[in-house]
Write a protein that binds this ligand. Structure first.
Ligand code: G6Q
Length: 546
């Protein structure tokens, strides 16, 4: 089933899909001599090859018609000029202003500039050993305590930029309320040389506050129950300065955030402090500059050459017209191993919505499930389903030309693996080829005939390939911004708000209610039988342990 839109491009796309169903990507290549050149584009150091898609030039024309019908060009300008595109919360989503503050009013621009200057000062103080812990020793380890948008972006970037790491401090990330997370990190750390960043836009998030309190107890007890040491070992990034101060962070050590920066879009703000501490402010600025280059491309390139637009529209094509439920993202670079996890939040928290801004619910589907892992590891597990499973799963391959570790032929093998996977997904293996293969192995014709379907691969499975020279701060910034904008493009086509997250907010409230019952502060009368049964099982265990 495909989504229905209110005028012709979608109807035409539905008809056009029936034509394309009768052909294959390989046939499209034989019909279009220069297909790679015609279906690839470059921006901000990234090349997108989208020629291995089930799409012809007519498909793209119809998709661009759809985009124009949805007033995408106008929506792009609204985003970067600070219009209240986060309609349900009546505010802009101005993460682009943290890379290119051209559209900010003067006060806001001054606040942004001031914050970056404060970050720079702080990073220098830690790196140069001016910032000392309670014993007078310099800081050696930094623990970022945050969750969701206050964790996934900084964690992913810090890991991705490990080749740029400065020698001064090691950064660690704690997010889960499961005490295993914090305990395992603290095990190897010295309280006298550890600094904590409490990263929480709201400063009300249960997991973060629980971890921060436990970390404070760990520190204070190591300092002989001296509470005054907290100010030397805790800084915060928050829009809620009062709460951070109440916790014990000195007001000057609270880096501000603004309501126009969404959590999952916040790594460009002071939420990126662990990034700057790990790789230096120069590299953090280069990351922002790379994103700024992609922003420039997104806001100025015509739709037909606009990389985030093309990726977004092809995604819509598969979700709404080919019934694709999921989308795999497979980076062929060890340093990008947290990229898909990061993207899961960016994409699914933004476009996992059903309510349309114009009213009512979307007819059809919105954001697909985003999944994947680093190549080549996935080849030895879930690629089986990509090649021979029953579902159509579009794939984004991300490949780099140069390794940070040029050892033997590792890199050429890695790059070859990436290309061989996208090629195999496209060409597949026919029944006849499979049968011949079995016969060549010595099987009889009948045996080969019976076995062949198990080796047959239908092929015609679409993919994009993104290529960068190397994972650098600039190219990583551009890559992240590319996906941010792709997600926005899709939200515009679907008519949904990419910038709220009421589903996530619900979880925060529900946990508090059930926790009150578990702690016997509430009766739980209103709870269902299953939930009460499980709570009673928890009580039995805890009473038995007493
Ligand atoms: C992101 C979401 C969510 C948020 C976390 C942490 O867009 O809003 O992932 O980042 O729930 O929230 P705080 O930063 O307020 O602790």
């Amino acid at each position: 089933m495909h989504a229905t839109y209110d005028s012709s491009p979608s109807d035409q796309l539905a008809v056009h899909k029936q034509v394309l169903e009768k052909t294959s990507i390989s046939e499209l290549f034989s019909q279009q001599a220069d297909r790679f050149n015609e279906m690839s584009c470059s921006a901000a150091g990234i090349t997108l090859d989208y020629s291995k898609n089930i799409a012809s030039s007519q498909t793209l024309e119809l998709l661009f018609d759809l985009a124009r019908q949805r007033q995408l060009e106008d929506a792009i300008q609204k985003l970067v000029r600070g219009a209240p595109v986060n309609v349900t919360e009546a505010r802009p989503a101005l993460h682009t202003a943290l890379r290119n503050p051209v559209h900010l009013d003067e006060d806001v621009a001054a606040a942004v500039g001031g914050t970056f200057a404060e970050m720079e000062k702080f990073v220098r103080a830690v790196h140069e050993g001016e910032w000392r812990g309670f014993s007078g020793e310099r800081i050696r380890d930094v623990v970022n305590i945050g969750i969701g948008g206050s964790d996934l972006g900084p964690l992913m970037v810090t890991e991705a930029l490990k080749p740029y790491k400065k020698p001064f401090v090691d950064c660690h990330f704690v997010s889960n309320v499961d005490a295993g997370d914090l305990s395992e990190v603290l095990k190897s750390l010295n309280p006298r040389t550890t600094l904590f960043i409490i990263a929480s836009k709201t400063f009300t998030t249960l997991e973060t506050l629980t971890n921060a309190s436990t970390a404070r107890e760990w520190l204070v007890s190591a300092a002989g129950s001296n509470e005054s040491v907290v100010s030397k070992h805790f800084v915060a990034v928050s829009a809620n300065v009062a709460k951070a101060v109440e916790f014990g962070v000195v007001e000057d050590n609270v880096f501000p955030l603004w309501d126009w920066v969404g959590g999952r879009y916040s790594l460009w703000s002071a939420i990126g402090l662990p990034i700057a501490l790990a790789v230096g402010m120069d590299n953090f600025n280069a990351l922002r500059a790379g994103a700024g280059e992609m922003d420039k491309h997104f806001t100025t390139a015509p739709l037909e050459q606009n990389m985030p637009v093309i990726m977004g529209l092809l995604g819509v094509w598969y979700v709404n017209f080919w019934d694709a439920h999921t989308h795999a993202v497979l980076p062929y670079d060890h340093y990008l191993r947290f990229f898909t996890k990061y993207l899961q939040q960016l994409d699914m928290e933004s476009n996992g919505k059903r309510a349309v801004l114009a009213g009512g619910n979307v007819d059809g589907h919105t954001g697909p499930v985003i999944w994947g892992d680093v190549g080549t590891n996935g080849q030895h597990s879930f690629h089986q389903l990509l090649h021979q499973g029953t579902r159509l799963i579009p794939v984004d391959f991300i490949a780099v030309l140069k390794s940070h570790n040029p050892v033997g032929d590792h890199h050429s093998l890695l790059f070859s693996s990436c290309l061989s996977q996208s090629r195999a997904l496209m060409t597949g293996k026919s029944l006849q080829q499979a049968q011949q293969g079995f016969q060549a192995m010595g099987y009889t014709a009948d045996e080969a005939l019976a076995l062949a379907p198990h080796k047959e691969m239908p092929g015609n499975r679409p993919s994009n390939t993104l290529v960068m020279e190397q994972v650098t701060p600039e190219s990583l910034g551009a890559l992240i911004a590319l996906y941010e904008h792709k997600v926005y493009v899709q939200s515009v086509i679907w008519g949904i708000n990419a910038f709220d997250q009421w589903g996530v907010e619900l979880g925060k409230v529900l946990c508090q209610d059930i926790h009150a019952v578990i702690e016997r502060q509430e009766t739980g009368e209103a709870l269902d039988d299953s939930t009460m049964g499980l709570i009673e099982r928890y009580w039995q265990e805890h009473n038995a342990c007493k």
